[in-house]
Design a protein around this ligand. Structure first.
Ligand code: DQA
Length: 150
């Protein structure tokens, strides 16, 4: 089966983008972010599947399902607060072997010390933090270019 799809997976509280701490996360909504990802993917002839959950296990399930489908060429993952806590997500990325680009809207390294640690960065293909919503577009672009090179 040909992999033509990129999973855009967002974690807890990102459903509130647009109204959530706009001074940190900006005013674009999750719908705006997902539309941006879809446009970038379409420019490479690819599609996106967008999912968001506030529940750690559902994010793990989404990674398992993406891998099992055989159709997902990579994942744009903003695990939000679970980035800094989740061994389960780390293990899911390792288990599925899906190429993951870790994205954060804010520059987590310029924020509180507990945000400086990511359980996901060691297994991510790339990490984009602090580019706001553009980071999602860059991540889709990167996964698409990587896929088209293969
Ligand atoms: C975030 C950064 C995390 O530290 C935070 O818990 C989030 C969003 C970001 O996109 O900047 O929920 O992942």
């Amino acid at each position: 089966m040909t992999s033509r799809r990129i999973l855009v997976l967002n974690g807890p509280n990102l459903n509130l983008l647009g109204t959530r701490e706009p001074e940190i996360y900006g005013t674009a909504t999750l719908t705006d972010v997902e539309a941006l990802c879809a446009r970038m993917a379409a420019s490479h002839g690819l599609q996106v599947e967008c999912r968001q959950s506030n529940h750690e296990g559902e994010l793990v399930d989404a990674l398992h399902e993406a891998a099992a489908s055989g159709e997902v060429l990579g994942v744009v993952l903003n695990a939000a607060a679970y980035t800094h806590t989740s061994v389960a997500l780390l293990d899911a990325v390792k288990a599925t072997r899906l190429p993951v680009v870790e994205v954060h809207l804010s520059n987590t390294h310029a924020r509180e010390p507990f945000r400086h640690t990511s359980y996901l960065s060691p297994v991510a293909e790339a990490v984009i933090a602090g580019a706001g919503v553009h980071g999602y577009g860059y991540a889709v672009d990167l996964l698409a270019l990587r896929h088209l090179r293969e």
